[in-house]
Design a binder for this molecule. Structure first.
Ligand SMILES: [Zn+2]
Length: 242
């Protein structure tokens, strides 16, 4: 593996500027409790519950860190919508999808996995030029790549302290990334031209909760409704992809 220390991962296009700044791998303002559950990487074999503040590394230059702030803002809005169970305006699905990818890359830098399946010039633990182009919005996600929602008809608990982020890997490649954000379970599909099946149908992750492994992932829905178990209220979230 190349030594990628103190190198900006978004630098393939030669437009880095400024210092390599310490980046929170997971935007900390999004999670008021400051705690997330991260699974599936070497470094979290024994620790799964991590304080967001402890996850900072020098992996982006100042310019690219700034370029991504629009993604952080949309993700903050989206996650607040999940928590409240309603949207004031539709969530921008494309920006949110890019934030999921940016976060997946942040967590995967220096891991033993390729980020995405079959991306050209990919190396383990570092995003390929294509993955970077997607995160920067320079290219659209390939057919059937992007966000899927895990429908949950049973309702959910909206526990502010339970945020889950986990790569789903096969043969050293991250094909999917699972996010559980304020009660909304989402998958980021990094496998071009493949619709995501139920996770249980591919025999993966028996330990996951039923609503994650047995529900059908829905590709880029315009919205979803869920019953909140605690409040009994119907939650209705809208997305747009323009
Ligand atoms: Zn850069």
């Amino acid at each position: 593996m190349k030594n990628n220390k103190n190198k900006c991962w978004a630098g393939y296009f030669g437009d880095c500027e400024g210092e390599i700044t310490a980046e929170h791998l997971i935007s900390k303002s999004l999670f008021p409790e400051g705690i997330v559950f991260v699974e599936g990487f070497d470094w979290c074999e024994n620790i799964k519950k991590v304080g967001v503040n402890s996850l900072t590394r020098k992996i982006l230059c100042k310019k690219h860190n700034n370029d991504f702030s629009i993604l952080d803002s949309e993700a903050k809005y989206a996650i607040n919508c999940f928590a409240k169970g309603k949207t004031e305006r539709p969530i921008d699905g494309f920006l949110f999808e890019r934030w999921l990818l940016k976060t997946a890359i942040n967590l995967s830098v220096d891991s033993n996995f390729h980020i995405g399946i079959g991306f050209t010039d990919s190396e383990k633990g570092y995003p390929s030029p294509y993955a970077v182009a997607l995160a920067l919005g320079k290219q659209p996600f390939a057919y059937k790549m992007g966000i899927y929602f895990l429908e949950n008809k049973e309702g959910y608990l909206n526990n502010p302290t339970e945020q889950l982020m986990m790569p789903i890997t096969m043969d050293n490649e991250i094909g999917l990334f699972l996010f559980g954000l304020r009660g909304a379970n989402l998958l980021l599909n990094l496998t071009p031209a493949h619709e995501v099946p139920k996770l249980s149908s591919i025999g993966l992750y028996e330990s996951l909760p039923v609503e994650v492994k047995d529900n059908k992932p829905i590709y880029r829905p315009q919205g979803f409704t869920n019953m909140n178990i605690e409040s009994g209220l119907i939650h209705s979230i809208e997305f747009s992809y323009i």
